[in-house]
Design a protein around this ligand. Structure first.
Ligand code: THU
Length: 160
């Protein structure tokens, strides 16, 4: 028997330490919380992606009275980006969460299902996606989506 150890590198920034492109993407995600539809959780999430062609697209979480029919901001945004521009890789994703009248103090971290979709977007284009997780106190930056989902199941896994 031996043990494996998995480590994740997370760069922790103050917002004002980030470069202009990262700040702009985070600001876009922050703006989007105002557009979420969250009558059930009252938990607003905004997301923004930057594509390889420089275009920025954004989305927010959308809930439903049949709860599982709702969708997180990350998947709304990623699916929208892939639907609009199936040939263009996603280069970066930023998310922000807002509830009880303020942005979360600590960085918001995506749910498992969103990590899975983010990872498929990364592997689909074979290009790392920079992940920016906003918190009012600090911002987590991961260099690639796969860092969020170790021991993952991907398309290649289907080959056996
Ligand atoms: N949610 C997101 O949109 N993204 C996340 O990263 C976490 C959770 C949404 C789903 C639901 O509308 C609400 O937040 C509460 O879970």
């Amino acid at each position: 028997m031996y043990q494996k150890r998995i480590e994740t590198n997370i760069a922790v920034y103050r917002f004002d330490e980030l470069d202009a492109a990262d700040q702009a993407l985070l600001n876009k995600a922050k703006e989007q919380v105002a557009k979420s539809y969250v009558p059930y959780s009252h938990f607003h999430v905004g997301a923004a992606v930057r594509l390889a062609n420089g275009e920025v697209l954004a989305g927010s979480n959308q809930e439903n009275a049949a709860y599982p029919s709702g969708l997180c901001a990350e998947r709304v945004t990623l699916f929208y980006a892939n639907a609009q521009h199936p040939e263009v890789p996603v280069r970066a994703l930023a998310i922000a969460g807002w509830t009880n009248g303020h942005f979360l103090e600590q960085p918001i971290t995506p749910c498992g299902a969103c990590r899975q979709v983010l990872l498929e977007t990364e592997t689909r284009y074979g290009q790392d996606i920079r992940v920016l997780l906003y918190g009012a106190e600090c911002v987590y930056v991961l260099e690639r989506a796969s860092d969020l989902l170790p021991l993952c199941f991907v398309r290649d896994s289907l080959e056996g």
